[in-house]
Ligand binder design. Structure first.
Ligand code: PLP
Length: 367
């Protein structure tokens, strides 16, 4: 089976983990501090805080910005459920609005229509690495928490993602462009947000013998073992990007010949992080549905994935938020999208195998 997104781990990561284990620092320590410093430079942000996960980064950002019970947070349904779950964890209510047809990012016009006196924040997602349309969202005058789990290398209209929103949240999950296995980061230019997150992630201060807490925290700090891996991955970010760039170009070229299978739009004004290669399968033109293509590819030993099933249709949200309006663009896309294998651990031949399998399936279902 050709893996969907295998991690690209080399001897450097293995050596860095060994060295960290030998150093005696297992919890947050010098590696986490170095990672924060280097990501600050990389993201061109004034503050970067390392956390246990992307989910924790989103949750603590909401709490730091004062989102709580009675509030509403506007977000997109085409995301990993964590984006919405953390709104629920904060005590607020997620308000899902529809996405744009071309890149499946939140539609800023729909977001503007959804603002009420209870709206406390907006939480866009940079799906696949394409930055959300941030300017009109910022113009709403509400705090913007950007879910940049896919967007570690993205630039929006000349500005680095991480330097724009009130809080920008990254993930270091196993499949991400900078992968530590687990982990997250918050980038912010707001000193008040950085200070609040510092307390909320709750690390012991001083030598631990006398301590105090300003707030009951969440114990969401990043281990130095994982920070060591993230630092190695950061060293390789350009090299890995070049490989993914080649893989994107191979897919772009191949799809031009496959009627009914179209990649999501990438805005030429921005730098796309090339995190996921998502295609839409139009069953009328492609000769079969997304599910049928996914099954046929599996039989060809090609693993694929779906990013994402619309969150508002998943059980908890469907049952707890029954009055939600239909979101037709997201709902149709949820049936049509599939993500193809993409990873710096894959060779060009691997991607060639995916393309050959895709051609065979396309021919078979259109025979
Ligand atoms: C869009 C999006 N948001 C948030 C997350 C959560 O990040 P983590 O797994 O690091 O908690 C993920 C996935 O991992 C994601 O894809």
């Amino acid at each position: 089976m050709l893996g969907f997104q295998p991690p690209a781990i080399g001897d450097e990561e293995i050596a860095a983990v060994t060295e960290t284990l030998r150093s005696g620092w297992l919890t947050t320590g010098p590696n986490a501090a170095r990672l924060e410093q280097r990501m600050q430079e990389f993201l061109e942000a004034e503050h970067v805080l390392a956390l246990a996960s992307g989910t924790a980064a989103l949750h603590l950002s909401l709490v730091a910005l004062g989102v709580g019970p009675g509030d509403e947070v506007i977000t997109t349904p085409i995301t990993w459920p964590a984006t919405a779950n953390v709104i629920v964890h904060s005590g607020a209510t997620p308000v899902f609005v529809d996405v744009r047809e071309d890149d499946l990012n939140i539609d800023p016009a729909r977001a503007a229509e959804a603002v009420t006196e209870r709206t406390k924040a907006v939480l866009p997602v940079d799906l696949a690495g394409q930055p959300a349309e941030l300017d009109p969202l910022l113009e709403l005058g509400l705090p913007v928490i950007e879910d940049a789990a896919h967007a570690a290398e993205s630039v929006y209209r000349g500005r680095k993602v991480g330097s724009i929103a009130d809080a920008t949240c990254f993930s270091l999950y196993a499949t991400k462009n900078i992968a530590a296995g687990e982990g997250g980061l918050i980038a912010t230019n707001r000193a008040d947000v950085a200070e609040a997150v510092q307390d909320l992630r709750q690390m012991r201060r001083g030598d631990g013998s006398l301590y105090d807490i300003p707030v009951p925290g969440y114990k969401a700090n990043l281990s130095d073992v994982l920070a060591a891996i993230a630092l190695c991955q950061l060293d390789k970010v350009d090299r890995h990007r070049e490989i993914r760039q080649r893989q994107f170009a191979m897919y772009d070229e191949a799809l031009a010949d496959l009627d009914g299978i179209t990649p999501l739009a990438r805005d030429a004004r921005d730098v796309h992080a090339l995190h996921l290669y998502i295609v839409r399968i139009d069953p009328e033109r492609a000769g079969a549905t997304r599910d049928e293509y996914q099954r046929a590819l599996r039989e060809e030993n090609i693993a694929t994935s779906i990013h994402f099933l619309p969150v508002h249709k998943l059980t908890w949200y469907r049952e707890r938020l029954p009055g939600q309006p239909a979101l037709p663009v997201a709902e149709r896309a949820g049936d049509e999208i599939v993500s193809l294998p993409l990873s710096p651990a894959h060779s060009d031949d691997d991607i060639g195998d995916v393309i050959a399998a895709l051609h065979r399936v396309h021919e078979r279902v259109n025979a």
